[in-house]
Write a protein that binds this ligand. Structure first.
Ligand code: ARG
Length: 462
């Protein structure tokens, strides 16, 4: 990126103020691809000659090579990606280059570039999400029957399967994928032919360009089509939501890896030492992933603000849509990779988790339900269990260690079968769709596997 320095002259500062080529050069492939399709269409419609179109296309191919090989000289004074490429084309093939911009404006050109670019980005993002989901499924399968305490209000609540907890993450990312798929469909609209704002006075073939570039629809209002940035907003929102999921998972990872919890141990690759305290292994990767959300939310709010109150049609404010988007893509995609690595490599400390789940309070709800089954009103059962857990805790015993007589002191409805209530019993009682019983979780994993494999295959075609 191109930085303004306080020693620059005012002229330099003013030039840098309007340029976008320092970042919109990211779009060079899409810009060239769009121009080639446009030139071909102009020739097919006899707006320019086939010979001219061929010259334009081979010039564009050469420019693409120059850019890829870092031989292209970018000129900030030419403002943006479009002018840089057009000016180089002029150097290469002379005045014929000037025919390329027939029936086109930079306003519909940038909209085209952004849509082409975002379509590819969305596919890549979905692929990363699917990879992460596969890792989650694998870890859930591997730890299918590991028992953990489940929390509400950060207080131990009821026992759960670790696999059920992991599959909750899977569900979050499934919704993210759905959102990105809808986003793809909204982005998959071809804007070229809208011109500067009103359409173009040539008999162009928009369907042809659309097919050439792999769009499934063409835009239907030229004014809306060049000023619409909803598809970018949606991408930013979807990214912000995915990052919020990641931040929640990271928070748990950080908490679970504390000495106080010690539920998981992070792989060395995803921790760093402290420069001062030799004993420390800090969960920096999870912390940075949690913190990266700030810039993604920032970009979303940024674009929402830019678009608010903007009159039709194109206004240069819209150029400010790019840096936040590019930063969000880089942030989300790298964070997804880190997340995948952390989940793939962390060790679950099963004994510690189990011990925490054996806390007296964990089976209290199940025992209350047990009493309800014996005819005790729920409120009365609730009260008895509250007193019983208190009693067990103050006599330093687990619920299992109490005698039947001690139980009966609280309510006569307790019988020998109260001792059958244990963690596995509690978990497997919750055999409703979406519950934590082993059978339900197995089923959920099975369905998730089929769904994910199908999706991975579907995305192989891109
Ligand atoms: N750099 C501009 C943008 O990103 C391209 C379109 C410029 N159009 C114009 N009429 N100046 O929005």
């Amino acid at each position: 990126m191109y930085h303004t320095n306080i020693n620059n002259s005012d002229n330099e500062i003013f030039q840098k103020f309007t340029e976008s080529v320092s970042y919109d050069r990211n779009l060079f492939k899409q810009d060239i691809k769009g121009s080639i399709a446009h030139a071909k269409m102009l020739a097919k419609q006899n707006i320019i000659s086939t010979d001219d179109a061929d010259k334009i296309c081979s010039g564009l191919y050469q420019i693409e090579k120059e850019i890829i090989n870092n031989k292209f000289i970018w000129k900030y004074e030419l403002e943006d990606i479009h002018m840089n490429i057009e000016s180089r084309l002029q150097e290469l093939i002379g005045d014929i280059a000037g025919k390329l911009h027939t029936a086109r404006s930079r306003n519909d050109q940038i909209a085209l570039d952004m849509r082409l670019f975002l379509k590819e980005t969305i596919v890549d993002t979905i692929k990363l999400l699917l990879e992460l989901q596969s890792t989650i499924i694998a870890r859930a399968e591997e730890n299918l029957d590991v028992i953990i305490p489940g929390y509400t209000h950060m207080q131990r609540a009821q026992p759960l399967l670790l696999s059920h907890h992991l599959m909750a993450y899977f569900n979050m990312f499934t919704r993210d994928i759905t959102r990105f798929e809808n986003n793809y469909s909204e982005t998959d609209v071809m804007p070229l032919g809208s011109g500067a704002l009103a359409g173009v006075p040539y008999s162009i073939d928009r369907e042809f360009i659309s097919k050439e570039l792999g769009f499934s629809k063409i835009s239907t209002n030229s004014m809306d089509s060049i000023s619409d940035r909803d598809y970018i907003l949606e991408f930013l929102f979807n990214s912000a939501t995915a990052m919020s999921h990641i931040s929640r998972i990271c928070e748990e990872i950080i908490l679970w890896s504390t000495q106080e919890f010690n539920f998981i141990s992070l792989d060395k690759r995803f921790t760093t030492g402290s420069s001062m305290m030799p004993q420390k292994r800090n969960p920096d990767f999870a912390e940075i992933s949690r913190g990266k959300i700030g810039r993604v939310y920032g970009s979303l709010i940024g674009l929402l603000t830019i678009i608010k109150g903007l009159p039709l049609t194109y206004n240069r404010d819209l150029q400010e849509d790019k840096e936040g988007l590019f930063d969000t893509i880089e942030t989300l995609q790298s964070t997804l990779k880190v997340m995948n690595g952390i989940i793939e490599t962390s060790t679950y400390n099963k004994e510690v988790m189990l011990k925490a789940a054996q806390d007296n309070s964990m089976l209290a709800t199940d025992m209350a339900d047990y009493l309800v089954n014996k005819g005790v009103p729920f409120r009365k059962a609730h009260e008895a269990m509250y007193l019983l857990v208190d009693y067990a805790n103050s006599s330093n015993k687990t619920l299992k260690e109490l005698s039947l007589d001690e139980y009966k002191n609280f309510l006569p409805e307790f019988e020998e079968d109260v001792f059958e209530i244990d963690l596995n019993h509690s978990i497997n009682q919750r055999n409703v769709t979406g519950g934590t019983s082993l059978e339900q979780v197995k089923n959920a994993i099975k369905n998730a596997k089929i769904k994910t494999e199908n999706k991975i295959n579907e995305y192989k075609k891109y």
